[in-house]
Design a protein around this ligand. Structure first.
Ligand code: 6PG
Length: 239
């Protein structure tokens, strides 16, 4: 399998390139189907990406009125909690873009349990896709230093999930050690386009193992199980 890797010296350069790609895909999707469905990654790395995407100079280029935002995973915390992936995106981007509230499809981390939040999110996705397969135009993912992606952690039973679109994950060892809610592999692998964004030598070493032998890497790293029907690319930076 040929791997498409865009490597940069810095995260800023990687995010600048990735923003251009996101805008290109957003315009292409909107022209083709009238909307652009974008799944945001959590964690800290994409914060710079989201701030760049919300830059005043780019507002006119991005078809925000036709864009629908989703999240690949969430922590079981309320949206105002410092560990909320929605909260991070809200601070970095949502407040600065002309996105209609109805186009924001967040995971309700404030629900009574992670399982309830997962069921509610699956219900929202099934309504959005009118019970057709959930083919997102673009899914953004990060990767942990253990090779997890979204909230799919190594050796997790959730890696075997074939039917549910969204599932709850018991609190991992990884911080923040709270229950999670995550899209499942069948949904991630339906994406028209799926881009990873990651930095640092530990994660780059995992990417190299995936490039060298994805089958072997998939025994250890959930990120190696990401083989979308569509286009996969890695946006990586040395630091
Ligand atoms: C999460 C993320 C997770 C993240 C990686 C990398 O909720 O934590 O979705 O998959 O992308 O853990 O996180 P950093 O970018 O903070 O290293």
């Amino acid at each position: 399998m040929q791997h498409e890797i865009h490597h940069f010296a810095s995260l800023t350069e990687a995010c600048t390139s990735l923003v251009r790609e996101i805008i290109r895909l957003a315009r292409q999707a909107t022209e083709a189907r009238g909307i652009f469905s974008l799944v945001l990654a959590g964690g800290n790395t994409p914060l710079q990406l989201y701030s760049l995407l919300a830059a005043p100079s780019l507002l006119a280029e991005m078809p925000w009125q036709n864009t629908h935002l989703f999240w690949g995973d969430e922590r079981w915390v309320p949206p105002e909690h410092p560990d909320s992936n929605f909260g991070m995106a809200a601070d970095a981007m949502l407040r600065a873009i002309p996105l209609p509230d109805k186009n924001i499809h967040r995971i309700q981390g404030e629900a009574a349990s992670a399982e309830t939040a997962a069921n509610l999110y699956e219900r929202e996705l099934r309504a959005f896709f009118a019970d057709q397969p959930p083919v997102f135009d673009l899914i953004l993912l990060g990767m942990g230093a253990d090779g997890h992606t979204a909230s799919l952690f190594p050796q997790s039973p959730a890696l075997e999930e074939k039917n549910r679109w969204v599932t709850a994950i018991p609190a991992p060892r990884n911080l923040p050690a709270v229950d999670r809610i995550t899209l499942t592999l069948p949904v991630l692998n339906l994406a028209r386009h799926l881009f990873f964004l990651l930095t640092g030598p530990e994660k780059l070493a995992i990417v190299q193992q995936i490039v060298d032998n994805q089958k072997d890497a998939a025994q250890t790293y959930p990120a190696a199980l990401i083989k979308p029907a569509g286009h996969l690319a890695w946006f990586t930076a040395t630091k």
